[in-house]
Design a binder for this molecule. Structure first.
Ligand SMILES: Nc1ncnc2c1ncn2[C@@H]1O[C@H](COP(=O)(O)OP(=O)(O)OP(=O)(O)O)[C@@H](O)[C@H]1O
Ligand SMILES: [Mg+2]
Length: 314
């Protein structure tokens, strides 16, 4: 039996960074990247790493010494092989990974303009073809990162077998009808959402932070954490509300910060059952992630110095 099985995407992330890339003010989002059509552009830097919510979080769990498996699909290609190799290197069990031939491995192309922001081109391929039917999933905890399918199936599977469930939902789950979603969530134990996702789940406008948080805390019976990026987080464990800041650091690349926080929080909670320690470790893991390129390179282990920096309770 595994301590944790993680579910969600496995991607191959390609980072391109160029000082000459520019943006224009205007367009749909206020700022838009622009480059000449039909030209060839030299770029300053390129890096590639494995990513995706399912594999990023599996890496955090395994690095804390938990017996961890990732269950998801990759393509029958080089990217898929490289992802599996990365997971094996940190001790994640890969026996539940499915190799599919119909679509290539998920890819993300992350285009960064230094000191500005990044734009992500995202190809969702093999991850969507995963099938959970007829496989035996034996674990103490399921960790569900954004999944495009089978969210309800996995929660019910776990519920019937007494497996605890931690969830970090994405758009496709949040678009399910509200009552249905609340029913599914009643069978889970830990819910971690950013503020935007919390606003979607509650149906309350983004600006009404307290209202959003109170709404979800009221209906959700497990531990709820609402993350707010560089503004920290709010958490509720059924009895007490926690409000915390962040551990400050230089930001090199913010890919994977959300996964690092959530898996860091859940892993520490599984190990110690202490919500304050879980907040502390999730924040430390996210901070460290921000200081490195890629979603996995900053993930810390149980002895890292970041764990010792105490987070400020507000
Ligand atoms: N700039 C930052 N500096 C320090 N800590 C940060 C920063 N951004 C995020 N964090 C930490 O990571 C946690 C999760 O971040 P965030 O709310 O951005 O998650 P997210 O929106 O799910 O991220 P992602 O886009 O990676 O899914 C925050 O609560 C905070 O503890
Ligand atoms: Mg997130």
């Amino acid at each position: 039996m595994f301590d944790v099985i993680t579910f969600g995407s496995a991607t191959w992330d390609i980072f391109i960074r160029d000082n000459d890339l520019s943006f224009v003010i205007g367009g749909k989002t206020g700022k838009e990247v622009c480059f000449p059509l039909g030209s060839k552009i030299d770029v300053d830097e390129i890096r590639f790493f494995s990513g995706g919510g399912g594999t990023n979080t599996a890496t955090t769990f395994a690095k804390q010494g938990l017996k961890t498996a990732y269950c998801g699909a990759v393509g029958n290609d080089l990217a898929g092989e490289s992802i599996i190799k990365d997971l094996k290197r940190v001790g994640v069990n890969t026996s539940l990974i499915q190799k599919v031939s119909k679509k290539p491995t998920n890819h993300s192309l992350i285009l960064s303009i230094p000191n500005q922001d990044r734009t992500i081109f995202s190809y969702k391929g093999a991850s969507n073809l995963v099938s959970f039917k007829n496989i035996n999933l034996s674990a103490k905890y399921f960790y569900l990162s954004p999944l495009s399918k089978s969210f309800e199936y996995l929660v019910n599977y776990a519920w019937k077998r007494g497996i605890k469930v931690a969830v970090n939902m994405g758009q496709s789950q949040l678009n399910l009808p509200k009552k249905k979603l609340e029913k599914i969530l009643s069978k889970t134990n830990i819910l971690i959402l950013n503020k935007e996702e919390s606003s979607l789940l509650s149906g309350i406008p983004y600006e009404k932070e307290e209202e959003i948080f109170n709404y979800i805390s009221n209906f959700y019976s497990g531990i709820f954490v609402m993350t707010k990026g560089s503004k920290g987080l709010l958490a509720f464990d059924g009895k007490r509300k926690y409000k915390c800041g962040i551990l400050k650091s230089k930001v090199v690349d913010r890919t994977g910060a959300g996964d690092s926080f959530a898996a860091g929080f859940v892993s520490e909670y599984i190990i110690s059952g202490d919500i304050l320690k879980a907040i502390q470790f999730g924040s430390a893991n996210a901070t460290s992630c921000l200081t490195k390129w890629g979603a996995k390179n900053g993930i810390i282990n149980r002895n890292d110095e970041y764990r010792k920096i105490k987070i400020q309770m507000l």
